[in-house]
Ligand binder design. Sequence first.
Ligand code: NAP
Length: 421
Amino acid sequence: MARVPCDIKDLSLPPGSELLRYDGGVLSVPGNPVVAVIRGDGIGPEVIGSAVRVIDEAVRVAYGGSRRIHWLELVAGRGAFEICGTPLPEVTVEAIRLVRAALKGPLETPVGGGYRSANVLLRQLLDLYANIRPVKWYGQPTPYMYPGKVDLVVFRENTEDLYAGIEWAFDSVEAEDFRRFLRERFGVRLAADTGVGVKPISRSATQRLARLALSWAIRRGRRRVTIAHKGTVMKFTEGAFARWVYEIALNEFRDSIVLEREIESMEGVVPEGKVLVNDRLADNLLQQLILRPWDYDVIVCPNVLGDLVSEVAAAVVGGVGIAPGINMGDGIAVAEPAHGSAPKHAGRNIANPTASILAGALLLRELLGWHEAADVIEKAVGEAISRGFVTYDLARYTGDATPLGTREYTERLVEIMRVTG
Ligand code: NAP
């Protein structure tokens, strides 16, 4: 691995690379862009190493030598804490802000103490307000009966809600002050040993997510956008979230959408060329995702619920080992596998790199607009799986497949891309 910068003065761009430019809402992508890569903790270096190899090959297969990614190595997470003394060095944030594209491995976060989640901080500092997670079946083994009917995309708000990190330990001065404030100002009494967290959900953050999800769904010809929420209980946060998404749908996309109540008289048939916008309560939606996932297409969620929804959806098609995600802002994105650092599997050459590889495909497609290279990757993943080339996590759902190691699986993918392109 190249030497990683801990300080801004140590940052230098790869020779021969060019930066993405974002002007007036338009992203310009050169043929030789610099893309940041953070290998991350635990299994991160193995799965991201595999992804970089596969992405480079896919770009070569798709464009000959006319396009090439120049990788810029950065650090974050426990690795950064050990090397640079902080889990998120300023240079890492500023370098991603500059280059606008990054592929990130999983980062370890201590539970219940220690440093704050570098993942959450990175999303907040770079204003990566939408977490997009496609959930699709590539033919991989799964204990679920109808995986072929699953093809949905979760758009999760990424900066607010209980994950905003506004919380205090039960025995902190801040929690005591907060409890006193609630008692004296609103007559709300909390037990003296109550830890507190704040659930902020704003109209502005909700509506920029709604705009992105609705325009994406319309542009990509999707059938349905479902707003997920628990607004019956959390009226002024999740209930408001649902109302604000509807507001954008009706005010800005009226010609392209239809509401559920508007098609009741048409026996629920959605008119040709329109996207149905509806909403579902979280508990109902989570069980329906398992029972009738084909009823869902694009799902828009507040942050915490979105985390759960995307994980359940990923499980239905075979688990997190194959689930990618991309955190998007305006003209900037950080793609990552949905899973964590799985420390017990680190360094054993067994982890499934597919989630990281597909995260790379997402970055190519959603940010760079390099659809041909993304197609090469997705096709190769489907082909590898259909030939029984899988890592241990998927092999355990089949009676006969011999699991491949991370490196061996990666090489099979590269071979397939070279032959089938
Ligand atoms: P995890 O790392 O996702 O691992 C949970 C289990 O999922 C693993 O034990 C393994 O299951 C399976 N798994 C995950 N990735 C896999 C892969 N690539 N291939 C095959 N199986 C895979 O979740 P965790 O143990 O809860 O979290 C560990 C650390 O990761 C924590 O520090 C957490 O904060 C961090 N984390 C980071 C991110 C992120 O950076 N975005 C996300 C989530 C968690 P089996 O052992 O059953 O096979």
